[in-house]
Design a protein around this ligand. Structure first.
Ligand code: ZN
Length: 257
């Protein structure tokens, strides 16, 4: 059973990765994600189905358009490989009978395109972050057994409170320092992540994002005035936290006795 589910999930993941690539290419350019069908962004020729297979086509075409020879960006291959791998890691961590598996799979579906769009364009599109927050709250509603009061106390209010807090923080920062500290996209992305994990996990996710962000800055950038997208580190930290957070907190609990 588990082998069949793993194979199915790997194929589904690669196909979804292919769709995420369409989102990554088209959302920042504000073009439709369904029309026109897959085409080369250099010469505009549309791709026949055999050139549209996840992973395989990229390898067969050696990362180049068959018609004009334009390079296909490496993120296409990375996303089509990383998506099934991350889904399989979720499956191994939670098992298919655990609702958390489905919850975090949906969260990954938003965070993977958000990660690349923020990394390449320094924006977190509302078209992804707002539905992501909605989906997270919906899982919260299911988790609360559709008891409205429980849902509002555990999920609704804390997530809304976190949003209000970050919004005021971003506003105050701008007033005090006359530049953007926390990007507008982060103000929605962080509560959206909170909707999936619960607000109490957010300090851990932000801590992990900061550690990765600082390391990246020290190793690759090292110039204080260079613009720097923080949202992709939040997205990456949330993905890692979904996979190792519980195990980490258990270890920590044992250590602290
Ligand atoms: Zn082409």
């Amino acid at each position: 059973m588990n082998v069949l589910i793993s194979i199915f999930l790997a194929i589904l993941g690669a196909a979804l990765g292919s769709f995420f690539n369409v989102l990554i290419d088209r959302i920042p350019r504000k073009t439709s994600i369904v029309k026109p069908p897959s085409h080369c962004t250099s010469c505009g020729k549309s791709l026949p189905p055999w050139q549209n297979l996840p992973i395989l086509s990229y390898l067969l075409l050696k990362g180049k358009c068959k018609f004009c020879g334009a390079k296909i960006h490496w993120h296409h291959l990375l996303v089509e490989v990383a998506t099934p791998v991350l889904f399989l890691m979720l499956l191994w961590e939670y098992g298919w009978q655990n609702p958390a598996f489905y919850k975090f799979a949906v969260m990954f579906g938003f965070l993977i395109p958000i990660f690349f769009i923020d990394a390449f364009h320094k924006i977190i599109p509302l078209a992804l972050s707002v539905p992501m927050a909605g989906a997270g709250l919906l899982f919260g509603l299911v988790q609360s057994g559709f008891q409205m009061k429980d849902f509002f106390l555990v999920f609704g209010l804390p997530v809304l409170g976190l949003f209000a807090f970050l919004y005021l923080l971003a506003l105050a920062w701008e007033k005090l320092f006359h530049k953007e500290g926390l990007g507008g996209g982060d103000v929605i992305l962080i509560p959206a992540v909170a909707a999936f994990f619960g607000v109490l996990h957010i300090p851990w996710v932000i801590l992990l994002a900061c550690v990765m962000g600082i390391l990246y800055f020290l190793i690759f950038i090292r110039k204080a005035n260079q613009a720097f997208a923080f949202g992709n580190f939040i997205a990456l930290a949330a993905i890692i936290w979904a996979l190792v957070g519980d195990a980490f907190l258990n270890r920590l609990g044992l250590l602290l006795g």
